[in-house]
Design a protein around this ligand. Structure first.
Ligand SMILES: *Cc1c(COP(=O)(O)O)cnc(C)c1O
Length: 415
């Protein structure tokens, strides 16, 4: 039996109508994922390899190593099919749905990254797929809407409220409650009711499993520290899980947005740093650290990076921070933008804006925190962020930013 709690956090805070689905999923998680029944995990690994492009490299980054006077290794999840670590989880859950005899996949998406990964996995495994997305987000993220549709998924805009992720999640929950017999809901991070936080962590643990083996091969040793950015926390838990019992320092970097000041009275958080500025509460089926106002309403959060902009965080991550095993850190928008340009220029890797937060934190970390062998997970590539980055860089004074004139009309070619 796997327990639903991580200390005070986690649990299964769901409406009665969803309990049968949660129980069925818990049973399937224990049999197929934990016990490898019918060779589920073998097939999952094989598909990660053939379809997902794993294992991803663990690359010694020469320029970063020189700059920080240590050895910096980049775990290249940006090279996973689809351009981010998200496929690891989506593929695992869609395959599990198949083993469970489900006939349909649903998911919600905010920026569209999780929806895209789910649509790819569903097409690969020949499952019909419906993605709920807030109306505002469908307008903001056109390319991802096209990607999902190209993969054969139905994208259903949600018109309720502000038309963003929160409303899309509620809509997906309602669909699931009505269709549990035939449908699996693919949650996109280590959040939600048990068994999702553990299951998603286990699917993403391939990151730390490979890292461990690759660094052993390259140096014969374990990392001294591992750094990863945290939105919901799937990249962090996947990057950390296989090191939790070892003498390895773990740093989860959250989005500090424009400021760490939270106005609980007005219900505004100009950041998405739930581990650092949040308080205990229940969100999306689990007790965890969340950004809430004095009445317990979820606050509007902010980050320049859409993938980190979530008002909660995985319960296991919240627990491991509370017990002191994981150290939380924050990086503000400007510094993340600066790091985006720095990695692009020094290593030839254009990172996702989410990842840029982890890169930026290297500037703040002490030599003692980092140690001799630093592993940093590049959770995704930055192609999806180019427009945002160019706009935001032009609007601010970003150290290490490029000369913005070269991005003027015609790329500056005729001038
Ligand atoms: C979605 C996303 C994240 C944040 O989600 P987690 O669940 O915290 O991993 C980080 N990096 C990239 C590239 C993403 O797409």
């Amino acid at each position: 039996m796997s327990t639903a709690k991580f200390g005070e956090y986690g649990g299964q805070y769901v409406p009665e109508a969803l309990m049968p689905a949660i129980e069925e999923l818990t049973d399937a998680y224990e049999r197929y994922v934990l016990d490898n029944e019918d060779g589920f995990m073998d097939e999952f690994r094989e598909r990660l390899r053939e379809f997902g492009g794993r294992p991803t490299p663990l690359q010694h980054a020469e320029q970063l190593s020189e700059r920080y006077e240590t050895n910096v290794y980049l775990k290249r999840e940006d090279l996973v099919h689809g351009g981010a670590h998200k496929l690891n989880n989506a593929l695992g859950q869609v395959l599990l749905a198949k083993y469970m005899g489900k006939e349909r996949i649903i998911a919600e998406t905010g920026a569209g990254q999780h929806g895209t990964a789910t649509a790819m996995a569903a097409a690969h495994l020949d499952m019909p797929c419906e993605i709920y997305m807030g109306r505002t987000d469908t307008n903001r993220q056109r390319p991802n809407v096209f990607r999902m549709r190209l993969n054969g998924a139905e994208v259903t805009p949600v018109d309720v409220g502000r038309g963003t992720l929160k409303e899309a999640i509620s809509q997906t929950m309602r669909d699931w409650a009505k269709t549990v017999e035939t449908t699996h809901y693919v949650i996109g991070s280590v959040v939600g009711p048990h068994p999702f936080p553990k299951m998603v962590r286990d699917f993403q643990s391939v990151i730390s499993e490979e890292t461990r083996q690759q660094l052993r091969e390259q140096t014969g040793q374990l990392p001294s520290s591992v750094i990863a950015c945290a939105g919901g926390g799937s990249n962090t838990m996947g990057s950390f899980h296989k090191f939790v019992d070892d003498d390895v320092s773990l740093f989860a970097v959250e989005a500090g947005g424009s400021s760490l000041a939270v106005d609980e009275e007005r219900g505004v958080a100009p950041n998405s740093a739930s581990l650092t500025t949040g308080t205990e509460g229940v969100l999306h089926g689990a007790r965890t650290k969340i950004l809430q106002d004095m009445d317990g309403q979820i606050m509007e959060s902010h980050s320049v990076s859409a993938g980190l902009d979530y008002a909660g965080v995985g319960p296991e991550l919240a627990h491991l921070v509370e017990t002191g095993r994981i150290t939380p850190a924050t990086v503000e928008d400007d510094d993340a933008l600066s790091a985006f340009h720095r990695l692009s220029q020094t290593e030839g890797i254009i990172p996702a804006l989410e990842t840029a937060h982890a890169i930026a934190w290297l500037e703040d970390a002490t030599a003692e925190q980092l140690g001799d062998r630093v592993v940093l997970t590049v959770s995704g590539r930055g192609d999806k962020d180019l427009e945002t980055v160019l706009e935001e860089t032009a609007a601010r004074d970003i150290p290490d930013g490029p000369d913005m004139d070269v991005f003027s009309r015609n790329g500056g070619i005729n001038e």
